[in-house]
Design a binder for this molecule. Structure first.
Ligand code: SF4
Length: 330
């Protein structure tokens, strides 16, 4: 199947008073129609900047962008603003982390949804209202027609996020980008929203890119996972493969730092020591080397390329450790 979105060697850097921030440093991935990719990493790993750039939302005189982001063959990075506006919210839609700041507080939910539909579709206000009520029903909001006349502050955080998802789906996008869609929600609501996103994605056939710091989230919804560190992808694999046979020390650290039901509580969690590096002056070689217990001389000077793992097809890893040592850790 050919890719719906193909990102090739994307680089994004920002010129700041303190120096050039290399936020994204040559990432490549693709997403096929109807499939989902989870992009995982700590704050500052470049996962959000990369997708905002693909949506044309980081363009400024201080930003330097390189590479390609082909959406159905069109390079999004070189399209003019008018064409990008046609694509955003129509062919590609985004769900942001905080629905309260994404929704207008003084405008009714119905008016916001109707506008989101009519900006891209030549339909009557009545037809857009009917579609809005239908979408609110789809995302599990009770009494959807009554809700159209309500304001965002009248809804709980989970319900507001459902409204954002409904708005994102309003124009049947081919690709949905969800940036930390559950981070602002409590744990039980998180689970409901993830289940909703996964089931809507299956029903509508929309491709999904989900950005998160939480490996538990990608386990729920992603077909494939890309782990990012310091602006680069350090490991990429189908989701089951990544959880069964992780090969990168950073991924091991992420997995060791999440609670597991199959481990005794007495074992506790193991945090990754240290902090993410400065993206203005990252360490030479592998950017993870100051935090990696396996670092060798080569790691201090040579950036490891992202290469296929000899152990599993479709599994890519960027690490100087010998494959048999990576396998031994599994
Ligand atoms: Fe650790 Fe070296 Fe692998 Fe980087 S390349 S993760 S420092 S072993």
């Amino acid at each position: 199947m050919s890719a719906l979105l193909e990102v090739r060697d994307l680089t994004v850097s920002f010129d700041t008073e303190d120096g050039v921030v290399h936020a994204v440093d040559g990432i490549s991935y693709s997403v096929e129609p109807g499939k989902s990719l989870g992009i995982v990493g700590e704050s500052g790993s470049g996962k959000t900047v990369g997708t905002l750039t693909i949506m044309g939302l980081t363009r400024s005189p201080n930003t330097t962008i390189g590479g390609e982001a082909l959406f159905e063959g069109e390079n999004l990075l070189t399209l003019d603003e008018e064409r990008m506006r046609e694509i955003r919210g129509n062919e590609i839609a985004m769900i942001f982390q905080d629905p309260l700041s994404s929704l207008h507080p003084y405008v009714t939910i119905g008016d916001q949804m109707v506008e989101a539909i009519r900006v891209h579709r030549n339909v009557s206000k009545k037809a857009a209202e009917d579609r809005s009520a239908e979408l609110l029903g789809m995302v599990g909001i009770p009494d959807p027609r009554q809700r159209l006349s309500g304001h965002p502050y009248e809804l709980s955080g989970g319900m507001r996020q459902r409204v954002m998802i409904a708005m994102a789906l309003a124009n049947d996008p081919r690709l949905l980008i969800a940036d930390e869609p559950t981070t602002a929600l409590d744990v039980t609501v998180q689970a409901q929203i993830l289940e909703l996103v996964a089931s809507l994605q299956r029903e509508t056939g929309t491709a999904l890119v989900i950005i998160t710091h939480d490996l538990g989230v990608v386990a729920e919804v992603a077909d494939e996972v890309a782990v990012m560190y310091a602006g680069r992808i350090v490991e990429r694999a189908p989701v089951d493969e990544l959880f069964a046979r992780p090969e990168h020390p950073y991924t091991w650290g992420l997995l060791d730092s999440i609670p597991r039901l199959d481990r005794p509580v007495s074992e506790g969690l193991t945090p990754i020591p240290g902090r993410p590096p400065s993206l203005i002056a990252p360490p030479p070689g592998c950017a993870f080397n100051p935090r990696c217990e396996f670092a060798m001389d080569e790691c201090l000077s040579v950036i490891p390329p992202l290469e296929p793992s000899p152990a599993s097809a479709g599994h890519l890893v960027a690490c100087h450790l010998e494959p048999r040592k990576r396998e031994r850790r599994r």
